[in-house]
Design a protein around this ligand. Structure first.
Ligand SMILES: Cc1ncc(C[n+]2csc(CCOP(=O)(O)OP(=O)(O)O)c2C)c(N)n1
Length: 296
């Protein structure tokens, strides 16, 4: 059945309203759940937590051209938490970088869509990631490259807490503070849960915003609700409010958002979604999509 979300997806264009972004994110989250269940592999928890943010980036924010993925002036995006690859693949496909029919082939032999994103295989992927802790340094280099070549593109990098537990990330943060490249933005998908436990127990990061400030980054005075597309758009306005760089924004999110019995737990970080959990969880995601479609 044709509906407004299908129309938005077909258009593959930028959208402006928070309600449209919310409906798209709900639609993508449901599809990711279906694909991960069908494929019995992949990372549901951290893909779901970043779903609204990555949807807002690709459908509202980034200056990109799906017909020309290598366009020199495009904004760059690095998914430093590369295990959440299916959320990146899903927004790239529906934004027009490749055929969404590829998505069900996720992690099959010969598909361009492997478990972790490859910039050599997937149109629109700006950097291959998967080993945690590299994204911020690569982003800092890309942003410095813009400065040196007189370009005005922006470079966005998304981390979870795993990347922030890596020493190389903090070296890159020091580097960013020294060179202050314009347009460098660190986005933290702060779901507070990692692969094998709570971030607070693995390696406490708090007070995280103060740490970014102490390291010389212009940091939003509050964290934003990473599941509220209105709040995400507000955070984008904050990014545009002044010309002080580099900038860091923290988004409070929930791992495995959308399925109540999976939420806020490391149990579903990368576990295959079994049939019983799929049957139990899917109606919650479908109901959320229906609600958000009705609001359009
Ligand atoms: C260098 C490195 N060490 C370990 C891993 C294995 N690993 C994959 S995801 C993950 C936890 C990541 O936690 P977080 O960044 O909070 O991810 P999210 O909850 O957002 O999915 C770990 C330890 C890895 N990919 N790279």
């Amino acid at each position: 059945m044709e509906n407004k979300v299908t129309e938005l997806l077909k258009a593959g264009k930028k959208v402006h309203s928070a309600t449209e972004l919310a409906a798209l994110a709900a639609r993508f989250r449901l599809q990711i759940f279906d694909v991960l269940h069908a494929r019995q592999t992949g990372h549901w928890g951290g893909a779901s937590s970043a779903m609204e943010l990555i949807t807002a980036l690709y459908f509202n924010r980034l200056n990109i051209d799906p017909q020309n993925p290598g366009w020199e002036d495009r904004d760059r995006f690095i998914l430093s938490k590369g295990h959440a690859s299916l959320n990146l693949y899903t927004v790239l496909a529906y934004r027009g970088f490749f055929d969404p029919k590829e998505l069900p082939k996720f992690r099959t032999y010969g598909s361009i869509l492997q478990g972790h994103p490859s910039m050599k295989a997937v149109p629109g992927v700006d950097m291959s990631t998967g080993a945690l802790g590299h994204g911020v340094s690569i982003a800092a280099g890309m942003a410095l490259g813009a400065k040196l070549s007189g370009k005005s593109y922006r470079t966005y990098v998304m981390t979870g807490e795993g990347c922030l537990d890596e020493g190389s990330t903090w070296e890159a943060i020091l580097f960013g503070a020294k060179y202050k490249p314009k347009g460098l933005v660190l986005l933290v998908d702060y779901n507070k849960v990692q692969l094998d436990g709570r971030s607070q127990d693995i390696l406490p990061l708090e007070p995280l915003a103060d740490k970014f400030r102490a390291f010389g980054w212009h940091t939003a005075s509050k964290s934003y609700d990473g599941h509220d597309t209105q709040a995400i758009l507000e955070s984008f306005r904050w990014l545009d409010a002044d010309d002080t760089w580099p900038k860091a924004v923290i988004y409070d999110t929930i791992k495995s958002k959308g399925v109540s019995f999976m939420a806020d737990s490391n149990a579903w970080h990368g576990a295959p979604i079994d049939d019983a959990s799929y049957e139990k969880g899917r109606p919650e995601l479908a109901a959320d999509l229906e609600k958000k479609e009705a609001a359009l």
